[in-house]
Design a protein around this ligand. Structure first.
Ligand code: TYD
Length: 224
């Protein structure tokens, strides 16, 4: 049985992953693929415990290194329990976030050495990389405004207080990091302009994914 394709969805805050993910999964299913739509930690009991540690309000002082290692630890379990078995069954896996999120957030965003984050994640994943990464690209201010609107909060971005400015700088680095990763691996990334309404962005995503699917059908199966 041919191995399934591994697709990931990435982007900074408010780029629209949680809206576009299900729409893309639906499109893939309509194209006749058996699809597992998932996100880290993907329901693995160990990963859920780790996520609890990452999200705990009491852990505000968490060091960037701790955060990076915890994301990687959850990912190690996710790959072995969820992703690899599905790919081996010929299932197409679509994951909302994966290794590139750690490179962009913990590396470029928090300032950890990107080469170290990459290496740790190679250990975590056994070197499993996506066949295609859809990067929803949006400017931090537009993304943060969307994220805030989605949470139902009032107020425009850019109140100008210290935390807001820190957040804008952080997300600026995250976005630039994602774009740099895409430039380094142009065959793996599809960079999508995430501005505009849901349907416009959905059409851009589908066009890019369909092009990738056509090309992967034309490519011969790798031996072994
Ligand atoms: P996510 O659940 O994808 O939420 P959102 O759709 O709102 O972006 O990610 C939650 C947060 O965790 C988000 O700020 C990105 C961050 N994150 C990392 O910093 N590193 C990682 O490896 C992952 C997977 C997420």
């Amino acid at each position: 049985m041919p191995r399934g394709l591994f697709l990931t969805l990435e982007g900074p805050e408010g780029a629209g992953k949680s809206t576009q993910g299900p729409l893309l999964a639906e499109h893939l299913r309509r194209s006749g693929l058996d699809v597992l739509s998932t996100r880290e930690p993907g329901g693995t009991p160990i990963g859920e415990r780790i996520r609890g540690v990452l999200l705990d309000e009491a852990h505000r002082e968490m060091a960037a290194e701790t955060e990076m290692l915890l994301f990687a630890a959850a990912r190690a379990q996710f790959v072995r329990e969820v992703v690899s078995p599905a790919l081996a069954r010929g299932v197409t896996v679509l994951s909302d976030r994966y290794v590139d999120a750690s490179l962009a957030y913990q590396g470029f965003g928090r300032g950890l050495d990107v080469a170290v984050v990459r290496w740790v994640n190679e250990v975590a994943t056994g070197g499993l990389l996506p066949d295609l990464t859809v990067l929803l690209d949006i400017e931090p201010t537009a993304g943060l405004a969307r994220a805030r609107a989605a949470r139902g909060k009032e107020g425009a971005v850019g109140r100008g207080d210290r935390l807001e400015q820190e957040a804008a700088a952080f997300y600026g680095r995250v976005r630039a990091g994602f774009l740099q990763l895409a430039r380094e691996s142009p065959q793996r990334f599809a960079v999508i302009d995430a501005r505009g309404d849901v349907d416009e962005v959905r059409r851009r995503v589908i066009e890019a994914v369909d092009r990738f699917l056509r090309e992967s059908r034309e490519r011969p199966e790798p031996a072994g």
